[in-house]
Design a protein around this ligand. Structure first.
Ligand SMILES: NC(=O)c1ccc[n+]([C@@H]2O[C@H](COP(=O)([O-])OP(=O)(O)OC[C@H]3O[C@@H](n4cnc5c(N)ncnc54)[C@H](OP(=O)(O)O)[C@@H]3O)[C@@H](O)[C@H]2O)c1
Length: 324
């Protein structure tokens, strides 16, 4: 038996149930991992509420974690008990121990802690593909990143600044705005008080942005479109305020022949080579000092409901981890 946080029926944070769960021996090609840290993600909330569909009930919540290998299944080469590893996988992370396919694991360099790795696998890899694959951010670009003091936002602002872009962030409070500035934002818009597009226009002297990264969704979508320059790219990668409502495709035309994409990590980190490329880039960014991993809160795994409540109440900043 292991301890895990499962969802038996969809709903609010109260449906997260900390309980004993059977865990089989690792199958062929699998390893068993004892989690030392698990990443907390808004995506976990979408699965809990049913906005994103889990294949079946009950399911173990969570997508990213890091720990040590405690057993290996048949046919596994290259991984041994004691190895420090991390993973991004669809569900199954909120647990003391789990099995995982060996080919989806990344070995951790000594200088990366379990806590850092547990944050880098989903939030970090997402930041990697958004800034390098969805749009290759570089010098001369002006970009807008919503929720700049959040988990993905704080990583994205740091990295985008290091890539040479002018970074405009949005934040929900003055305290978060200060964090966003510390994360490398050149300008921060208090989007609960200010008109985002008007401020972007003012900041950019009318030139607007090359790309907008929008993980907030419903509340920010219109302002995002209006903040883009002609032929700019709208990247809608999340729904913290709710999903973007259906809209008329012609709006992309009205706002200046815009491009739009709704990307997800599973389509950008598909092959093992892509996983290793992304992880290596992240580890290099940490060792070079480009990326500081802001782990601002740690919760006991059994307190996952409190962690979800805090995340959805906009209390958290940066990244949070769950500790088994
Ligand atoms: N597509 C992908 O591949 C992918 C992968 C990973 C994550 N994501 C998405 O990235 C986004 C950020 O994820 P995260 O885990 O790092 O979360 P997070 O940014 O740490 O938390 C979400 C933030 O969104 C802001 N927000 C705005 N309106 C909100 C509302 N009505 N309710 C709650 N929060 C609101 C809050 O910041 P303020 O208080 O500053 O407004 C809040 O802190 C999420 O939408 C997530 O789904 C997408």
């Amino acid at each position: 038996m292991v301890k895990a946080v499962r969802v038996h029926k969809l709903g609010g944070p109260e449906v997260l149930t900390y309980e004993d769960v059977e865990l089989a021996e690792p199958g062929p090609g699998e390893v068993r991992i004892r989690n030392h840290a698990i990443g907390l993600n808004f995506t976990d909330c979408y699965f809990r509420t049913g906005l994103y569909k889990a294949p079946a009930l009950p399911f173990i919540v969570g997508h990213e974690g890091a720990g040590e290998v405690v057993a290996v299944g048949s046919g596994v080469t290259g991984f041994h008990p004691g190895d420090r590893v991390a993973y991004y996988l669809n569900l199954g992370a909120y647990t003391t121990e789990r099995n995982a396919p060996a080919d989806r694991l990344v070995k951790l360099p000594d200088f990366i802690t379990y806590e850092q790795a547990a944050v880098l696998m989903l939030k970090g890899l997402t930041t990697f593909y958004l800034l390098h694959k969805t749009f290759a951010v570089g010098p001369g670009h002006r970009i807008l990143i919503h929720a700049a003091a959040g988990g993905v936002g704080s990583l994205a602002c740091q990295w985008a600044k290091a890539l040479g872009a002018t970074v405009i962030g949005t934040a929900g409070s003055r305290e978060k705005a200060d964090l966003a500035l510390a994360n490398g934002c050149d300008h921060v818009i208090l989007y609960r008080e200010e008109d985002v597009a008007a401020r972007v226009k003012q900041i950019s002297r009318g030139e607007l942005c090359d790309v907008v990264y929008d993980g907030v969704g419903k509340d920010t979508f219109q302002g995002s479109l209006k903040s883009l320059k002609r032929r700019g790219l709208f990247v809608s990668f999340g729904n913290a305020s709710g999903p973007v409502p259906p809209f008329n495709l012609a709006e992309l035309n009205t706002h200046g022949s815009l491009f739009a994409t709704r990307p997800k990590l599973a389509d950008h980190i598909v092959t093992r080579a892509e996983l290793i490329e992304g992880a290596d880039a992240l580890f290099a960014a940490v060792i070079s000092g480009t990326l500081h991993i802001p782990i601002n809160r740690a919760y006991a795994l059994k307190d996952a409901a409190k962690a979800h409540t805090d995340l959805e109440s906009r209390i958290t900043t940066g990244a949070s981890v769950l500790k088994p």
